[in-house]
Structures are given as structure tokens and as C-alpha cells.
Write a protein of this length. Structure first.
Length: 287
């Protein structure tokens, strides 16, 4: 069984389902509301756990009202959270998500008052026991130090990093990863409207690196030393909730590459998994 470590944040998501987005100063009624654990890295692990991987999450949590919401959900999927660093005088990150049921689109207001994992906390973990380490592209200065530590080891696991937002200096993380997952938001922030052109411009043929980019209903693109690939999005009857679809896509890529599949096959599988998430509210994908 392959072992995967993910470094990133966990959030508490308060999700409201509405028939339409409210206008300014408008007051509308939600048709449904629920609370669940969120966070990109955790979402990715939840899917990998359902695919049979042994998963560990490394991040920080506050000992507040919502602590059990996060821990109980991780335990439900048998995700190890023993390395977590806890803070007493803080609150867990909170995302208020409004989902427009007519389109399946969502808007997110995020609040956080919690220190993120730093290099000193990371370096005490024996990460040599893992086959793959996945990083959220955030907390950049500290993440670069973690990546440098892994790179300096003689024998290291595969490393992937999610480049979702255009944080200052985030591009400095890229040389340390074997697999880089770019978001549509990031690609467009770099003044590209074509994912294939972006990947071609950033691919270094002398490095055995895989570059990927999911592009919503247009599917996803990937490129490695074997070539460039595109997988179309999977059509579903109704889009229910796209929240976390990118995290599910990332899990599909990790699963494919750890299972020794080609990048093209991994890309196809990742798009299928992402479509399953878009067709439901939660991350129970019936795998």
C-alpha cells in the first residue's frame, strides 16, 4: 500500500445552497445548509484514502469549537493526523460557501486566524517513510524550506505541489517538485488563456517533471517528457457542487502516477473523478 503525506490546511466549510446568488443588499432564503471539513490537501487525501492509499495529513489546528468537525471527518476516512500541531489561542479556518444550485457554481468567503505549519515543525517528521508528499502552494517561504530539505536527501519520495493562487514568489517552489498542478486561476494570472500554451512555455525538457492544468468544463491538459495530452471533461446530468473538484482531480493524478499509469491515463482518470465530485455535495465518491 502506497503511503501519501499531504501538507496544507484544514478548514471548516459552512455551505449554503441557494436558487440564485443574492444581489447587493438582498436577502434570500437558503434551501439547504450543512457543515463539513474542507481544505485542499485534506480533500485530496480523503479521495486517495477511498482509493486504498495510506494517508497522513500534516498541518495545524486550533483547539476550538470546530476541532472535532475536522478530526472526526479525517478519522472517518482513516486519515492519520498524529503529526498535527495544535494551538490553543486561535481559531480554525472557516469558509462560508454559497452554492448556486441553478449552475453548480460557488462563491467563498474565507477567514483564518491560525498559524500555518512552519519548517521547524516539519523537519522533525520522518517523511522518508512516504512514497509521495503533496504540498499546497501556500505559506511560500516556509514551504520552500521544506521542499529544500526534501531535495537535499539522498533518497526522497515523489513530490507534487498545487499552484492554485498567484502568491508572491510561488514560482520558486516549482523546481523542487516532480508534479506541478496549476489551476486555471493561476494560469490566467500569468496572462495565458490557453492551458496548453502555458504548459509548453513552462516545460523544461531536460527535467522529468509532469505539468498539469485542469480547466473546468474544457477538461484538463498535461505534459511530461513523453508528450502533451488533453482529456475532455466528463459530461454529467446536473452540476451539483464544484467545491473541491480541483482537489479531487489532484488525487486522481497522484493515484494514476503512483499506480505507474501513463500521464495520459492518469489525466483521464482524474477528470472522471472530478466529475463525480461535481455531481454531488460531499467527497464520498463511491469508488
Amino acid at each position: 500500500m502506497h503511503r501519501v503525506l499531504a501538507v496544507g490546511i484544514a478548514t471548516v466549510d459552512i455551505i449554503s445552497i441557494v436558487n440564485r446568488y443574492p444581489a447587493a443588499n438582498d436577502k434570500i432564503r437558503a434551501t439547504q445548509r450543512y457543515i463539513q471539513r474542507g481544505g485542499n490537501a485534506c480533500n485530496t487525501l480523503v479521495v486517495l484514502a477511498q482509493l486504498g492509499f495510506e494517508c497522513t495529513w500534516f498541518g495545524t489546528l486550533a483547539k476550538d469549537y470546530f476541532l472535532d468537525t475536522v478530526l472526526n471527518d479525517l478519522e472517518r476516512y482513516n486519515i492519520n493526523h498524529s503529526p498535527v500541531v495544535y494551538f490553543q489561542e486561535a481559531s480554525n479556518p472557516l469558509s462560508c460557501i454559497t452554492v448556486d444550485s441553478s449552475k453548480g457554481s460557488r462563491s467563498i468567503v474565507h477567514y483564518r486566524d491560525l498559524p500555518e505549519l512552519d519548517y521547524e515543525q516539519f523537519k522533525v517528521l520522518d517523511w522518508s517513510n512516504y512514497d509521495w508528499i503533496h504540498f499546497e502552494g501556500r505559506n511560500i517561504a516556509q514551504t520552500i524550506l521544506m521542499l529544500e530539505l526534501i531535495a537535499s536527501s539522498g533518497s526522497r519520495p515523489k513530490v507534487s505541489i498545487e499552484i492554485e493562487k498567484n502568491h508572491p514568489h510561488i514560482a520558486a517552489c516549482i523546481p523542487y517538485a516532480d508534479v506541478i498542478m496549476f489551476s486555471q486561476t493561476y494560469v490566467m494570472s500569468q496572462h495565458y488563456d490557453s492551458p496548453s500554451q502555458f504548459l509548453k512555455a513552462h516545460f523544461l525538457p531536460d527535467q522529468h517533471t509532469a505539468l498539469l492544468c485542469a480547466w473546468g468544463d474544457k477538461g484538463a491538459w498535461g505534459m511530461d517528457h513523453t508528450g502533451s495530452y488533453h482529456s475532455p471533461a466528463v459530461c454529467i446530468d446536473k452540476v451539483i457542487d464544484t467545491t473541491g473538484a480541483g482537489d479531487v482531480f489532484n488525487a486522481g493524478i497522484i493515484n494514476g502516477l503512483l499506480s505507474n499509469k501513463s500521464l495520459a491515463d492518469g489525466l483521464t482518470q482524474a477528470c472522471i473523478l472530478a466529475s463525480k465530485k461535481c455531481a454531488r455535495q460531499n467527497f464520498d465518491l463511491d469508488l
